[in-house]
Every structure is written in structure tokens, then in C-alpha cells.
Design a protein around this ligand. Structure first.
Ligand SMILES: [Zn+2]
Length: 151
């Protein structure tokens, strides 16, 4: 009975904020370092100076008006849980179950950030819940933007 097994694996799961997450290191690039290698206190998103829209994932031109006048800009770090799942397969040895998620930003709800949901119990998670960014240390100075429920 696979359904019963899945329920038992998920029961009581809590996704804590990890001390670090060294198994993912984005390539260093001046086009994306503002996102991955900030100071760990504020989320920065590539924003168009011509139309004001956030373009994500970042690129050399605005995804809305094609202007090249784009630059990183600090955002609130608050958003809404758009989608989530639970991974229990340890793709990396020792990997605990985790909660891959997509979050929309309060500043622009068509921006979807692929992330992890942390500091939450499995049975508390609901699409539409308000969330806020929390940074987790990766390797090589990376600060990974994960999200947790707003409490
Ligand atoms: Zn634009």
C-alpha cells in the first residue's frame, strides 16, 4: 500500500532552517551574483528602470519591455506560497527530506522564485500562505534565499 507508506513518511515532518546547504553552488557571474551572493539580509531582484517590472530569472534585458536598463533592486522579501512538494528521496547521501517550493513576491505576483520552504511543519503548509525570505549559507559565500511562513 504505497499511499499508507507515503502518509507515514510525511507524518510529523518538520522542515527546519538548515545551518548550511553546501550541496548547491550557483556559477559565479556578474549577472546573477546580486541574487546569490548578497549580504544575507536583503533580497535583490533584477528590476527594469524603464518599466519598473522585476525580471526573474535575471537576464541582460527586461522580459517585459526589452530595455537593457536593468539593475538589481532590494525588495521586501515577502511573498505568497504558490506551490510546494516534499522530497523524501535522498539524492545526496544524508539529505534529509526537504520542501521545494515556488513563491510569488508581494511586489509583483507574476514573479515566481524557486526555493525551499523552511521553519515549518509539513501539516501547516498551505498554498496562499504568506512567507518571508530567510537566507541560508551555501558554499563559496552563497546566501540561498529560502522562505518561511510569516508569523
Ligand atoms: Zn521593462
Amino acid at each position: 500500500m504505497s499511499a499508507a507508506r507515503s502518509e507515514s513518511v510525511l507524518e510529523g515532518l518538520r522542515f527546519a532552517i538548515p545551518d548550511s546547504f553546501p550541496s548547491f553552488t550557483p556559477i559565479q557571474s556578474p549577472d546573477t551574483d546580486f541574487y546569490w551572493r548578497g549580504d544575507g539580509t536583503a533580497l535583490r531582484m533584477l528590476t527594469c528602470n524603464a518599466c519598473g517590472k522585476i525580471t526573474h530569472p535575471p537576464g541582460p534585458v527586461c522580459g517585459y519591455c526589452y530595455s537593457r536598463d536593468v539593475a538589481p533592486k532590494q525588495v521586501s522579501g515577502r511573498g505568497t506560497l504558490y506551490a510546494w512538494t516534499v522530497n523524501v528521496q535522498p539524492f545526496v547521501p544524508g539529505l534529509d527530506p526537504y520542501c521545494p517550493a515556488m513563491v510569488t513576491l508581494d511586489e509583483q505576483d507574476d514573479v515566481k522564485i524557486t526555493t525551499q520552504l523552511v521553519d515549518v511543519n509539513n501539516d501547516e503548509i498551505e498554498v496562499g500562505m504568506p512567507v518571508e525570505v530567510v537566507f541560508v549559507n551555501g558554499s563559496d559565500g552563497v546566501k540561498l534565499p529560502f522562505f518561511r511562513p510569516v508569523r
